[in-house]
Design a protein around this ligand. Structure first.
Ligand code: SF4
Length: 81
């Protein structure tokens, strides 16, 4: 599948996610732990736009998605309402 045909609703993007190779630990840190490493990996991930859209569309509350923390996604949701 070509990358432009991927949509957030298409689970194929998850197969190309960089975090699928690194493991989920960085992306779901303990409360108060740093999300810096997760964000660094997201910054190199080609699936970032699809990932962020998916997280927003599905109201994912926990962890780092699309390079944004829980707080940042909440702010984004509030700003775009
Ligand atoms: S943007 Fe980050 S959380 Fe989303 S798929 Fe890529 S590495 Fe994983």
């Amino acid at each position: 599948m070509h990358i432009e045909t991927l949509t957030p609703a298409d689970p194929a993007w998850q197969a190309q996610a960089l975090c699928a190779q690194t493991g989920a630990d960085f992306f779901f840190p303990e409360p108060g732990s740093s999300v810096r490493e997760a964000k660094r990996i997201c910054g190199m991930c080609e699936m970032r736009p699809a990932c962020l859209e998916y997280a927003l569309a599905n109201d994912e509350r926990f962890g780092v998605w699309g390079g944004l923390s829980e707080k940042e996604r909440l702010s984004l949701r509030r700003a775009t309402r």
